[in-house]
Design a protein around this ligand. Structure first.
Ligand code: HEC
Length: 308
């Protein structure tokens, strides 16, 4: 019996240590910002969907789609998102009629017909969102050689997973949203002082200059400076500013509002089942708590009359 007890205690201890380790390791997608002296701190948004009980704000997702459609879709595809997803539960939840109309704004090649010819027809809810370029080469040549990545999963690709953040009600499941938000707001017209100071500082210390921080490196040419992009030089020019879209729901379209809306939309696109997953998770936890209580009662009952 003692042996069993010891084993159980040791397993419990190991599990607790493992949990502690997991919860305290939380990487950050905000690689560049804040990492050198004087760099601006990235903003952290109180996302409606953050935390264990968080859900998406439908109106926000609908606005986010509008920003994607009117601005980002000129360069970025979202291959994995179908129009019908826009009306499914847990997402923007446009009405089915609205989704039909949204899809029909674009055409797609279909066929062959009875004569063997391919033909164009309006898109339907089952079709994917249209890509702005025929292929990657066309996309690159229109963007000075840089490829605008597909945005379907970008929020995950730039995110991290952190139990700790999730339980603290923060952006724990898909930390990419804060990165996306900061990226969209992180542009500077000129290379900021803190970058140049970093170079001077290393020179003063008599260390070899970091080739990534010299003035020559920051002659931007066709690229742009962004405080939160890794390496700071990004081929995408600032894609948003105040009033780039006129929201159909009357919300004032500040730069911050549009960035928050489109970042939420991109989180939903990468995590379309987030709400369902969370609600199942909560039910499972409740079930386990009740089961644990019952098991404890049973154990007490069984051992009631046994000396141990
Ligand atoms: C005029 C074309 C253009 C538009 C419009 C545009 N982008 Fe981009 N975007 C690019 C290009 C080109 C890159 C690749 C940048 C690079 O690799 O330096 C890029 C890269 C990105 C990245 C990846 C950054 C990373 O960490 O690698 C994200 C995220 C992004 N864009 C989001 C958006 C969003 C959101 C919008 C709409 C608000 C948007 N873009 C509008 C051209 C565009």
């Amino acid at each position: 019996m003692n042996n069993l007890k010891q084993n159980i205690t040791s397993i419990a201890r190991k599990t607790a240590i493992a949990l502690l380790v997991v919860t305290s390791v939380s990487g950050s997608a905000l690689a560049a910002g804040g990492s050198i002296e004087g760099a601006p701190e990235p903003a952290h948004i109180d996302w409606s969907w953050a935390g264990v009980f968080g859900t998406f704000d439908r109106a926000q997702l609908q606005r986010g789609y509008q920003v994607y459609k009117e601005v980002c879709a000129n360069c970025h595809a979202m291959d994995l998102v179908k129009f019908r997803n826009l009306s499914e539960p847990g997402g923007p939840e446009f009405s089915e009629a609205a989704v039909k109309a949204l899809a029909a704004e674009y055409e797609i090649e279909d066929g062959p017909d009875a004569e063997g010819e391919m033909f164009m027809r309006p898109r339907e809810p089952k079709d994917a969102m249209p890509a702005p370029f025929a292929n990657n080469n066309a996309a690159k040549s229109s963007n000075g050689g840089a490829l605008p990545p597909d945005l379907s999963l970008i929020a995950k690709a730039r995110g991290h997973f952190s139990f700790k953040d999730m339980f603290m009600g923060r952006d724990g499941l898909t930390g990419g949203s804060n990165y996306l938000y900061n990226l969209l707001l992180g542009y500077e017209d000129e290379v900021p002082e803190y970058i140049l100071a970093h170079d001077e500082h290393t020179n003063e210390m008599g260390k070899e200059a970091d080739p990534n921080f010299t003035e020559e490196h920051f002659e931007l040419g066709d690229s742009n400076f962004n405080n939160f992009f890794e390496g700071y030089k990004i081929a995408m020019a600032q894609p948003l500013d105040d009033d780039y879209v006129e929201y159909t729901d009357g919300t004032v379209a500040t730069l911050e509002q549009q960035a928050e809306d489109v970042a939420s939309f991109l989180i939903w696109a990468a995590e379309p089942k987030m709400e369902i997953r969370k609600s199942i998770g909560i039910k499972v936890l409740l079930y386990l708590i009740i089961l644990a209580g019952l098991m404890y009662a049973v154990k007490r009952r069984i051992w009631e009359n046994v000396r141990h």
